[in-house]
Design a protein around this ligand. Sequence first.
Ligand SMILES: N[C@@H](CCC(=O)N[C@@H](CS)C(=O)NCC(=O)O)C(=O)O
Length: 204
Amino acid sequence: MKLYNTPMPAPNPRRVRIFLAEKGVEIALVDVALQKGEHKAADHMARNSLGQTPVLELDDGTHLSETAAICRYLERLYPEPAMFGRTALEEAQVDMWVRRIEFQLMGPAGNFWRHAHPFTARVVVPQYKEFGEANRGASERALMWLDAELAGRDFVAGEVFTMADICALSTVDFAGWIGLKVPEAAGNLRAWHARVSARESAGA
Ligand SMILES: N[C@@H](CCC(=O)N[C@@H](CS)C(=O)NCC(=O)O)C(=O)O
């Protein structure tokens, strides 16, 4: 098995790396350089027709894309420690939070990145700057919403660290890197961020 990966600050491959680090599993990483356009080259497009990373390649040559799906697959291979919950309710709660993080947090960050950030101006043509900038407010509202949700619990989906925290950590870090910082007033979110960033896996 190998993972077609892109290093920091790319948020999606980092999720798989953190996930593997939490499991204590090492797999071969093959870097795909987005800034060189390697993700849109024919060999990578054959692995993922959307030309994105991460992609997990199985030993029989099967390719899996979509971070949540890759991690679901890895969870079945390496069940401990559980990252997607243990009971039916916990599993549903983790799925609920993964989707909420992807849509509510990653949505505005992705729109801002594609339409307002100078790094993507060369590849996103045309950029709708006004629309992109409008996502600053949406991002801040989403971060404050998550802050309120985190009052009274240590982790995004409950009392244990899960895939939902991995998604939220990579998203909050990526958003900060592109200029969408966690508001000063978001005390619960800041405390959660310090808590999850202190885990060894956060460096993956
Ligand atoms: N929904 C996909 C998103 C993957 C994605 O957007 N990956 C980024 C790197 S973090 C990428 O390849 N971007 C280049 C592109 O979309 O063309 C997932 O969950 O894996």
